[in-house]
Design a binder for this molecule. Structure first.
Ligand SMILES: [Zn+2]
Length: 453
């Protein structure tokens, strides 16, 4: 893998990832009546907003204050392709980004994913289990993005409608390719859980996942996926939808929601028709106990999907027991149960390595940068997700990034973001290579730093 990544690293380096994303921003139609030919080029709005997210600014105002500095304008041009250093002020940026259809911001995700795929990086995420070939684990889940008792836009979902405590919120559905041995993830474009056109009822996760999966299928028709979901989605319609796309699934089943499934498993147990498997990991002192059956009706409905059911108990070295139950379409055998268990547990990567990182590791995804009337909150969230995607690919492929993270930031990403921003704000840079050189080797003698005070 190392050889392949080194060989292809120039396509997956941060410089090219940002260039490709910016080329996608160039294709967003300029809806301004006269295209402001003498003003700010249209794509500069998206590029500046992306730069703000990628540099982990926690407010549009502080970005606005900094962008007046000639160093920042220069660096926005050399590193984020903001033409002629023409950067919009915060109000203008909000105004112009607000009406742009969020679909426009899906394009860079697709473009970067195709680079990951074409340059064989995706291979490092292949889920190997039984007869599966070229299959990838994709957890999908929803998360809160925005909540307010006052501020609202046309897309806001409404809680306690008409009551004194009426409040407004946006949620987001996210998904990514994960692997049990990879610390990083490859995200797809998220899907906003917001009031849909013409709808009177709030949007919800169960509706959003249909749109989410449809987008992924349309944009990546040949990708073979195993979808990882929590118990909310262990139902006939979701499983039928996943199967209709030719994908696999590993979904959590919970006692409370799947009474008849548990009863069916108990009946099979009484008849002696369940299979068992046990693995002891002497090194870690853990025990893994599996109980499974194939082709069990998911529920009591006449049209119930038949699923394969895996009960699993892990006993750690202190004797604590942790239990899980999954339903899947992948055949359960003595050879596959351990891989399916490991795959099923990867569902947490969407929570821990994705949403948690976006909320608590410098990306400020829950921060209100300005809500707008139409799509501003959604568009800025998409750009935050895109900044995260660029960083994740970079972390996997860039030796300079890895060196900076390991040696200059002691493995703490938030500290590396600060180092990157400090150099970005202080020195005229010709590009990303120079920035990482400055971090890893120090600033070249003779380089001019502008006094911005
Ligand atoms: Zn809103």
């Amino acid at each position: 893998m190392t050889t392949a990544l080194q060989k292809y690293s120039k396509h997956l380096c941060v410089k090219n990832l940002i260039l490709q994303a910016c080329k996608c921003f160039d294709t967003i139609p300029d809806y301004r009546p006269n295209h402001c030919s003498n003003g700010i080029p249209f794509s500069n709005f998206a590029k500046s907003a992306f730069a703000m997210m990628h540099q982990k600014y926690d407010s549009l105002l502080s970005f606005d204050t900094d962008q007046a500095d000639p160093v920042i304008r220069h660096n926005l041009e050399t590193m984020y392709h903001v033409k002629d250093g023409k950067v919009p002020c915060d109000t203008h940026m909000r105004e112009i980004l607000d009406p742009i259809a969020p679909e426009e911001f899906r394009k860079p995700f697709k473009k970067l994913f195709s680079l990951v795929q074409r340059n064989k990086l995706l291979k490092a995420f292949e889920f190997k289990c039984g007869d599966l070939k070229d299959c990838y684990l994709m957890p999908v889940d929803g998360t809160g993005l925005f909540y307010s008792g006052e501020c609202r836009c046309n897309e806001c979902c409404v809680k306690n409608k008409g009551k004194r405590n009426e409040s407004y919120y946006h949620n987001l559905m996210g998904g990514c390719i994960v692997h049990p041995e990879q610390k990083t993830v490859i995200p797809f474009a998220p899907e906003a859980i917001v009031l849909q056109d013409g709808a009177t009822k709030n949007d919800c996760e169960k509706n959003a996942i249909k749109r989410y999966l449809a987008h992924v299928k349309r944009e990546h028709p040949h990708l073979n996926l195993a979808i990882l979901l929590d118990g909310l989605y262990a139902d006939n319609p979701t499983i039928e939808l996943i199967r209709s796309y030719g994908w696999h699934y590993i979904i959590v089943a919970k006692d409370g929601n799947h009474k008849s499934l548990i009863e069916a498993m108990n009946a099979l147990c009484d008849q002696g028709n369940l299979k068992y498997h046990e693995i002891t990991n002497k090194e870690k002192g853990t025990k893994h106990w599996f109980r499974y059956a194939n082709n069990v009706p998911l529920n009591a409905s006449d049209f119930a999907e038949n699923v394969n059911v895996l009960d699993y108990v892990e006993t750690d070295k202190e004797g604590n027991r942790h239990t899980w139950c999954w339903v899947t379409d992948i055949e359960l055998t003595e050879e596959t149960v351990e891989e399916i268990m490991i795959g099923g547990r990867c569902r947490w990567h969407i929570e821990n390595q994705t949403f948690n990182t976006l909320k608590n590791q410098g990306y400020n995804i829950e921060h209100n940068y300005g809500h707008g009337k139409y799509h501003l909150a959604t568009n800025l969230a998409y750009l935050t997700f895109l900044a995260f995607m660029v960083d994740q690919i970079q972390e996997m492929t860039s030796p300079e990034f890895q060196k900076a993270l390991k040696e200059r930031s002691k493995g703490v990403r938030t500290y590396l973001w600060k180092l990157i921003t400090r150099i970005f704000l202080s020195w005229f840079l010709e590009g990303w290579d120079e920035l990482f050189e400055a971090i890893n080797k120090g600033i070249k003698p003779g380089r001019v730093k502008i006094n911005t005070s």
